[in-house]
Design a protein. Structure first.
Length: 190
């Protein structure tokens, strides 16, 4: 265990931007899907058009974020984390990447199996993947997509609870690792 400086405890500005932009987009997209469930068919189609376009944007940003993470050093976890917290933190981050990439790809695949392109907010369209048509398989993938979305919501809740625990109970500045302000614990494990 060593003592690091505060720069090593905080994520980079680029990582912070990716994190918060993607987080807002995911929550917005979840709300779109929820709103579509309670809308008329015509309204739901318009809402889901935005949901799909936002999903593709999340996919693009998530791939860029993953590339950034693979090519730039991330700060080590604070020294006060118990082993179970380290395992949970790493597992949660892996699951986030799986869902941030898998959910949009699954949605695109399901739409492709229905022969539908994705309209990117009226700017351009993304054609269906070359997978042929199979409505039954597409429907099953949509069901998995919805289940994955529910898992994502619970994972976000867990992530928020962890950040709040570390910030207000452990007082190690957990949430400030992903913000450009606030006190972050200087003690890190190497």
């Amino acid at each position: 265990m060593g003592i690091g400086n505060i720069g090593q405890a905080r994520y980079s500005a680029v990582s912070m931007i990716f994190h918060w932009v993607i987080a807002v987009m995911v929550i917005w997209n979840w709300r779109l899907a929820e709103n579509a469930e309670h809308a008329t068919r015509e309204q739901a189609m318009a809402i889901f058009a935005d949901h799909k376009a936002l999903g593709i944007a999340i996919l693009a940003l998530s791939l860029a974020r993953l590339l950034w993470r693979l090519t730039h050093k991330v700060p080590p976890l604070p020294a006060n984390y118990a082993t179970w917290e380290r395992v949970l933190a790493r597992t949660t981050h892996v699951l986030f990447y799986v869902l941030l990439i898998g959910l949009p790809v699954g949605g695109w695949l399901a739409n492709s199996l229905a022969g539908r392109e994705i309209d990117m907010f009226g700017l351009f369209t993304i054609p269906p993947l070359p997978v042929g048509r199979n409505g039954e398989l597409g429907s099953r993938i949509f069901d998995l997509h919805a289940a994955g979305g529910t898992i994502m919501v619970y994972l976000i809740g867990l992530h928020i609870l962890g950040a709040l625990k570390h910030t207000f109970f452990d007082r190690d500045g957990g949430i400030f690792r992903m913000l450009p302000f606030g006190r972050v614990s200087r003690e890190v494990r190497r």
